[in-house]
Design a protein around this ligand. Structure first.
Ligand code: HEM
Length: 417
């Protein structure tokens, strides 16, 4: 799929292929990204991959459509307000410091596995006030079972395959049942314990304009959506950060000196984040080269015009972070890892929508400030004591499923600084 995106991008700013289910347009220009995501969102709904995701996520925020989506977004926004997100910082540092203090010198780890475990604990604690440590394997197994099904979204007969009792489909249903049980337990505990100030409490307390609460099924869909959307993306971005730092000793040294100057030996706090600009830039640059969301798709629900091209109702339009984040028109030496690209001055010198790891417009990532803060705090806390050495000189092999995952284990040796 990444190769297909790259080949289509070579045809220019707008390219089209004819699939069995209709035309697919790829737009490879920041102005088109702005139009599709920000200025003309009413022309589109989410496209096939996310329609497939409804099998798991139901009518959660990621998969639902207006007007229902608008109502849910308004109900959930307060839980992601930056003031509230700030209160999660202590848990982020707590879990990262625990990992930092447990790692052993010379230990070889699968960095992707480590980062998944870490972000899972954090999303569990901050949003569900639950220690999901012991259930981490349930979630990991479920994600592994679910991801391959998304590939079927690109097949004309994908929906049919999902109805057949194939081994992968059966694995999916078993994994879904396990995940549902985990979420149901968390919701039931909250109903007896009352408001504990986390996301599930807010979902249970939320009332729309008519004073109506969400149904239990809706709380389940929203909770599961956040549970899944809230950890895999960040874990991928952190894994790529470690990989890139290992290949780029100069950037790594600069990162270390910033962390040492700001933190020395004490644990990071929320107040430190603004004093760690280089750490934030490292995270942003890792998401440029390896965007966890590698393409966004929409289906036109009316005839419209994008970037001067007529788009017929029913067509799929795609914009790809993978191609635009590596486009030499907007990024000099695009394959080089260079965090300095994210100084305020450099950001102002290129089109805003050349970089859109979190999307934009009414469907923009609700967890952006959560993820940005988590990225900075986790990198600072772990890199305070550790560097990770790559055990392979091969380029990372990638798996572009619903998120851009590393295909294999990312084996690294830990070295105490
Ligand atoms: C590095 C980390 C992350 C990246 C790169 C990322 C990326 C994205 C992108 C690109 C979208 C838009 C999808 C579209 O337009 O089709 C999105 C939506 C969403 N993200 Fe994130 N995300 C990250 C972290 C998080 C976190 C930490 C949470 C929750 C705690 C979260 C929850 C969501 C939800 C609920 C949506 C759907 C929003 C809506 O449609 O109203 N994400 N994310």
């Amino acid at each position: 799929m990444l190769g297909l995106m790259e080949r289509m991008a070579r045809y220019g700013d707008g390219a089209c292929i004819q699939a069995s289910f209709g035309p697919i347009f790829l737009f490879n220009h920041p102005d088109a990204v702005r139009e599709i995501l920000q200025t003309k969102p009413e022309c589109f709904v989410k496209s096939r991959a996310l329609e497939f995701a409804k099998m798991l996520l139901g009518e959660g925020l990621l998969t639902s459509e207006d007007p229902f989506h608008r109502r849910q977004r308004a109900l959930m926004q307060p839980a992601f307000h930056h003031k509230r997100v700030k209160s999660y910082a202590a848990s982020m540092t707590h879990y990262a410091a625990q990992m930092r203090d447990e790692w052993k010198n010379g230990q070889v780890v699968d960095m992707h596995h480590e980062m998944m475990a870490l972000t899972l604990s954090i999303v569990g604690k901050t949003l569900f006030n639950s220690d999901v440590g012991e259930e981490a394997h349930v979630v990991e197994r479920a994600m592994n079972a679910v991801m391959p099904l998304f590939n079927r979204a690109f097949l004309p007969w994908g929906a049919l395959l999902n109805r057949l009792p194939l081994p992968a489909t059966r694995r999916f249903h078993r994994a879904k049942a396990d995940l549902d049980a985990t979420i149901a337990r968390i919701i039931a505990e909250h109903k007896t314990s009352g408001d504990v100030g986390d996301l599930v409490s807010m979902l249970l307390l939320a009332r729309d304009e008519d004073g109506a609460p969400m149904s239990d099924a809706q709380v389940r869909d929203e909770a599961l959506t956040i549970f899944l959307a809230g950890h895999e993306t960040t874990a991928n971005a952190l894994t790529y950060t470690w990989h890139l730092l290992a290949q780029n000793p100069e950037a790594e040294a600069k990162l270390h000196s910033e962390i040492d100057a700001v933190l020395a030996d004490r644990d990071a706090t929320l107040e430190d984040v603004e004093n760690l600009p280089y750490t934030q830039m490292v995270f942003a640059e890792a998401m440029r080269l390896y965007p966890p969301a590698w393409a966004l798709g929409r289906r036109a629900i009316q005839d419209c015009e994008i970037f001067g091209y007529p788009i017929p109702k029913g067509a799929i339009v795609l914009v790809s972070q993978w191609t635009l984040h590596r486009d030499a028109r907007f990024w000099s030496e695009p394959l080089q890892f260079n965090p300095e690209r994210f100084t305020e001055e450099n950001k102002a010198s290129r089109p805003k929508f050349a970089y859109f790891p979190f999307g934009s417009g009414p469907r923009t990532c609700i967890g952006e400030s959560f993820a940005a803060m988590e990225g900075a705090l986790l990198i600072a806390t772990l890199a305070q004591k550790w560097r990770a050495i790559s055990l392979t000189t091969q380029p990372l092999k990638l798996q572009p499923l619903i998120t851009l995952r590393p295909r294999d284990a990312v084996m690294m040796r830990l070295e105490r600084r």
